[in-house]
Write a protein of this length. Structure first.
Length: 195
């Protein structure tokens, strides 16, 4: 909607009343005030729109802000005193209030509840520290013991399959696993592991 068309539609909001004396329609507001406000709107509309776009980040919402600014200015035009200052700062003050109202309304609509199951940064840090501690403890194991732990616990291989793959008895695989876990526990205890 162009600003001229908008001004025409907004002036319709003001309405008219019948003049008691001659039956002719007369405006409910003084024409010079409305005309001055319309001229000010024409003169400052682009600036108001730019400010609203920058503040809200949404062109459609910015257009709504400018239109609402003009409607509020029309409703409260009696509050403007030209002796106190220019009309431009008055329009921007109204628009700031409109932008705040629109931003609050938009944020209220966009509110989403946080997922309570998301891990916190502290939890993620603890997980990373545990992983580093376990990795360091695994490096301190001998190669045969480390291989059994990695294959059974991290790759999920059954001890029988691992024994067949390594060409050793299954009892040897289980024995290596037992001693590897004991060595891991001791190493982690030395590193200050609390669990």
């Amino acid at each position: 909607m162009t600003s001229c068309a908008y001004i025409g539609s907004v002036t319709g909001i003001l309405g008219t009343r019948r003049d008691e004396g001659n039956g002719a329609a007369a405006d409910t507001h003084e024409t010079p005030d409305r005309d001055r406000l319309g001229a000010a709107f024409e003169a400052h509309r682009a600036e108001l729109l730019g400010f609203a776009r920058q503040s809200l980040g949404d062109p459609e919402l910015a257009e709504e802000a400018v239109q609402e600014t003009f409607v509020r200015a029309l409703r409260t035009q009696h509050g403007f005193n030209p002796e106190l200052g220019a009309i431009r700062p008055w329009l921007f003050a109204i628009e700031r209030h409109v932008i705040v109202d629109l931003a609050r309304a938009r944020s209220a609509r966009q509110t989403q509840e946080l997922d309570r199951d998301l891990p916190s940064a502290v939890d993620q840090l603890e997980v990373a520290m545990r992983a580093w501690n376990v990795e360091e403890a695994l490096r301190r194991l001998g190669p045969e013991h480390r291989q059994v732990v990695l294959e059974i616990y991290y790759r999920g291989r059954p001890s029988r399959e691992l024994a067949h793959r390594l060409g050793i008895p299954e009892g040897t695989v289980r024995s290596r696993l037992y001693y590897a876990l004991r060595a891991l526990r001791l190493t982690l205890d030395e590193m200050g592991w609390n669990e």
